[in-house]
Design a binder for this molecule. Structure first.
Ligand code: ATP
Length: 437
């Protein structure tokens, strides 16, 4: 490794990238290798070409920024594969070639199978193992963010691994349509047609995009027929079942039903917990069962939101330099919901606590030191600190004009006591949920 007189290591750069962009950080960043660092260019090697593409698409800016801030020099980071002979985007086929486009997160290994997606997953595995021979076409459908694209990438991964010489092409339907329109403008329709009619597997995401686009439907129809007749595999995804895609020509709809149509439903609570754990693992995070359950309870409809919740928690843990526990998760997600909806006030928190312990607001503000009042008062301080952005002084001001050291003492005391007092811990958990909902 050439090192330009600067002692910065790749480990430090990756650590900085975690701070700058926690969302795109992945555990496999640990497998990256510094190849050279010379003349203002830092070359980083990746074990797989899909990782190169991932880094180019998602992390270039944060790697450049991290390298520049740590070295104090203008540095450009370049990513390349450690496999011999790989040249990103230069496959000689075209830029829909799956090997250039796959997201390393979206493999079958990283897909959690549950009752909601079992059939879809099994059929994707079957197609990946025996392309063109089992279900052709395979049509997956389901609502937004339920894993259709993930499964499509999973198929391509497996095919490339087991049949490296086969031509696998994956693209969104929007890209198909845009490329078709461009080929008409450029007078290159024949080239466009041969590009798609000469693949071994064609994977098209979001075919609902064909709705009301008659010219593209016609083109797609002929592509479909050409591939189908030569027993090439076709895999499609859409936001609804073929028969429900009203503005699609009947001849296309009927072809989409020739093979297997598999639906993906929203995940159950148990599957959501497993997905949260899997996503945490991918990011190199360790999260306890109760944190995973908390996230799975909070986010139900869309798996992308589960990942967003994990990102919020991770980012807060990095900022606060602390472990991810239920307290931190509750704080991260309540801040998140505040941003989208209302700002939670100290009074909101105190009101919930007073009702829960069945005490009066005036008691909490009074000088009373009896345990039945002082505990709810201290819990109010702790929860107000956790769920609002208020200062210690402001919280003290709402609770009978107490000073900031009293509030700090109360927060520390509750934090410590709940570690050893299961009942108090459950009370705080319940209250946190009431406040966050
Ligand atoms: N069963 C699962 N296991 C692990 N991750 C999943 C699962 N289902 C979905 N995901 C994750 O949820 C996110 C959204 O999934 P994906 O992009 O595949 O959704 P989609 O159905 O294609 O949605 P859209 O219609 O918006 O394109 C991805 O990060 C994906 O990895």
């Amino acid at each position: 490794m050439a090192s330009q007189g600067t002692q910065v290591s790749l480990y430090e750069i990756i650590n900085k990238v975690k701070d700058l962009d926690p969302e795109s950080h992945r555990k496999w960043f640990d497998e990256l290798k510094l190849i050279t660092f010379d003349g203002g260019v830092m070359q980083i090697g990746c074990p797989e070409s899909s990782m190169v593409q991932y880094l180019i698409n998602n992390s270039s800016a944060s790697f450049n920024k991290a390298a520049q801030s740590l070295t104090g020099h203008l540095v450009t980071v370049e990513f390349m594969t450690l496999e011999p002979g790989f040249m990103p985007q230069a496959s000689g086929f075209d830029d829909h070639d799956a090997s250039c486009r796959l997201n390393p997160d979206l493999t079958f290994d990283n897909f959690v199978v549950g009752p909601c997606n079992r059939l879809a997953h099994a059929s994707c595995v079957a197609v990946a193992n025996n392309p063109g021979e089992t279900y052709n076409p395979l049509f997956l459908y389901g609502k937004v963010g339920l894993g259709k694209t993930h499964l499509l990438h999973g198929i391509c991964y497996e095919m490339i691994k087991s049949h490296p010489a086969s031509k696998v092409s994956i693209l969104t339907c929007e890209e198909f349509v845009n490329n078709f329109i461009k080929s008409i403008k450029d007078g290159t329709v024949t080239k466009f047609q041969s590009q798609f009619r000469n693949v071994d597997t064609l994977v098209i995401d979001d075919v609902q995009f064909l709705r009301e686009r008659e010219g593209s439907q016609e083109e797609f129809f002929h592509t479909f027929n050409a591939l189908y007749e030569s027993k090439k595999q076709i895999v499609l995804s859409g936001d609804s079942a073929p028969g429900e895609m009203k503005q699609l020509e009947e001849r296309l709809v009927s072809r989409f039903k020739w093979g297997l149509v598999a639906r993906i439903d929203p995940p159950t609570y148990e599957t959501r917990i497993a997905i949260v754990q899997k996503k945490a693992q991918l990011r190199g995070l360790v999260i306890s069962e109760d944190v995973a359950e908390f996230i799975a309870r909070r986010v139900k409809a869309n798996i992308r939101e589960l990942e967003g919740a994990l990102t919020m928690i991770y980012a807060l843990a990095r900022t606060e330099q602390c472990e991810i526990d239920l307290d931190l998760a509750t704080m991260a997600l309540s801040v998140e919901s505040d941003q989208g909806t209302r700002q939670l006030s100290i009074s909101d928190v105190i009101k919930i606590v007073a009702e829960y312990y069945n005490v009066k607001l005036t008691d909490l503000q009074s000088k009373s030191r009896s345990q039945s009042i002082s505990l709810p008062r201290q819990v109010s301080m702790y929860l107000a600190r956790k769920h609002t952005r208020s200062s210690l002084e402001e919280i003290g001001g709402h609770l009978g004009g107490r000073d900031h050291t009293t509030v700090m003492h109360a927060c520390n005391k509750i934090k410590m006591c709940k570690e050893n007092d299961e009942e108090l811990n459950l009370q705080i958990q319940k209250l946190s949920e009431m406040i966050a909902s």
